[in-house]
Design a protein around this ligand. Structure first.
Ligand SMILES: O=C(O)CCC(=O)C(=O)O
Length: 291
């Protein structure tokens, strides 16, 4: 369907203490009208992760809905993992592709913010659950605004002056992927540094921007950086700062990559199918190459 949809009443149901809310009253099978986009954006900025549930979507529905919120990335930074007919969709799947196990079956197995290892970190992502295993296959999210706010003033001051270096080879499972594809993906994405704290362009909120894919802080050694990275990741992922999403087929879960990080759990039987499609909202150019 291509007509824009107005929605009569949009309501919200919190899903987690620190972040996460279900948004009701929005039709995700058609591009939303501008007033709906504004209303959803306001809820998104407040809750950081929002979920629309129970609507079966086709790939073109997902791109049409997501595209109403901003320009979509064509995933040229990771060209081997996108949908063959819809480059604006990344496949996160354990379905066989070309008779071989999918290269993306272990996507997201460490805490991260999408495309932080590129020169255009993702603004936001919308992940659609097409097929889920009978149990598990959950995804966890951490509130990085709250993580920043709950640090001491002195630690915030230190972090405000740091840049974090991202290395795609630290993506969990990257080394187990096809060597030719990983070499090309690495060539496309040399190590890059981004500020360790970022200000959200719309909400003005300050958020910690450090994850398990940071190799070190620019100007510091790996040995010097590691204890601080470990501390910050442990601090950000404390039980009171996370939300765990248990997927149902037809869920479209949307996260703001500037204020959250996430982790795809291995809490399921990997012989069971799990098939997800992700639209990624483009972020601006950022950072400097460190190689
Ligand atoms: O499959 C998931 O639950 C999350 C995938 C992921 O980490 C990502 O798309 O960045």
């Amino acid at each position: 369907m291509s007509d824009q949809r107005r929605n009569s009443e949009i309501t919200v149901k919190p899903l987690g203490y620190a972040l996460g809310a279900e948004v009701l009253g929005v039709d995700t099978s058609a591009p939303p009208a501008p007033d709906t986009v504004s209303a959803v954006n306001a809820l998104w900025h407040e809750h950081h992760v929002i979920a629309f549930r129970g609507e079966r979507l086709e790939p073109q529905d997902i791109t049409a809905f997501a595209g109403a919120f901003g320009p979509l990335d064509d995933h040229a930074s990771t060209p081997f993992y996108r949908h063959q007919d819809f480059p604006e969709l990344l496949q996160v799947t354990n379905r066989e592709i070309g008779g071989k196990p999918s290269e993306t079956r272990n996507t997201g197995r460490n805490w991260h913010s999408d495309y932080a290892y590129t020169s255009h970190p993702a603004a936001a992502s919308m992940l659609y659950c097409d097929t889920r295993p009978p149990v598990g296959g959950d995804t966890m999210f951490a509130n990085m605004v709250r993580a920043y706010d709950t640090l001491s003033p002195k630690m915030r001051e230190i972090l405000d002056g740091l840049d974090a270096v991202y290395d795609i080879s630290l993506t969990a499972g990257f080394g187990q992927r096809d060597p030719q594809q990983t070499a090309e993906t690495r060539r496309l994405n040399p190590s890059i540094a981004h500020p360790a704290v970022r200000t959200h362009p719309d909400s003005g909120k300050r958020a910690l921007y450090v994850s398990e894919r940071v190799s070190h802080f620019h100007g510091m050694t790996i040995a010097e950086s590691k204890p601080l990275i470990d501390f910050l990741c442990a601090h950000a992922t404390r039980p009171d700062n996370v939300y765990r999403h248990q997927w149902a087929e037809g869920d479209l879960v949307c996260w703001d990559n500037r204020t959250t990080m996430h982790l795809a759990l291995t809490d399921f039987d990997q012989t069971q199918p799990r098939h997800m499609l992700r639209a990624t909202l483009l972020g601006g150019q950022s950072g400097f190459i460190v190689e």
